[in-house]
Design a protein around this ligand. Sequence first.
Ligand code: GUN
Length: 284
Amino acid sequence: MYEIIDGKKLSAKLRAEIAEKANKFKEKSGRQIGLAVVLVGEDPASQVYVRNKIKACGEVGIKSYAYYLPENAGQGDVEELIRGLAEDCSVDGILVQLPLPKHLHADEILKLIPVEKDVDGFSGQNIGKLAMNEDCLVACTPNGVMKMLESKNIQIRGKKAVVVGRSDIVGKPMAMLLLNADATVTVCHSKTADLKKECLEADILVAAVGKAKFITADMIKEGAIVVDVGMNRDENGKLCGDVDFENVKDKCSYITPVPGGVGPMTITMLMYNTCAAAFGREKI
Ligand code: GUN
């Protein structure tokens, strides 16, 4: 029998806790926690994400500052905006929605976000701290996955964890978090020689490849914990993950659904990080 890890439910619980903390912050500091969200261009998916992030801020009592720049904004324009936000005392977190239009150098822009305001955890400094298992702001999606495992008291120590996908945003920080939690970690990617063999060894499998129903039942060890980070459309246009949920679920001890699994946790963890950044900056 498998158990679902319900990201929506966990998200609601965490958001209530964050709202309480945001309120305490206001009482102690006399100001609201602030998050600046920067969107360059008109990518429809990014517009939806940004809208949802701003909405979540309102729900937990974080003040959002939204900046919409046109598609043809220059490198200098974006850099000037970020420099200003870096200096702005009322801004605790800065988020630049990715991907940026191709003519912009994302690395140069992200470097301007001070490490203590890097609520996405994408900066080299935060990634370095995570690699060294130091206290830092951790990328929202993998951090959300860890919260989901924690919520079910799943022991990670000594388990064999396989992360499928090596993106800077999910795969790499996910692998580091699992390693920091004492799992034995394998990271698989498009050049992995025998993906099925690697997956079959996983006690914990995290799928972050971006391919609909890519992880099939024959790749799952009996009793595995399966976490699906994917957000795709299937052949009928229906939302689905990287895992073939219907066929995989019966082999699992725990599994996350799509939708309603990791997805809702990502924005919640952004609120969590923004809250942590604010308390860290004010040292309260
Ligand atoms: N684009 C896709 N996911 C993310 C994310 O977590 N943060 C940012 N800034 N951009 C993204």
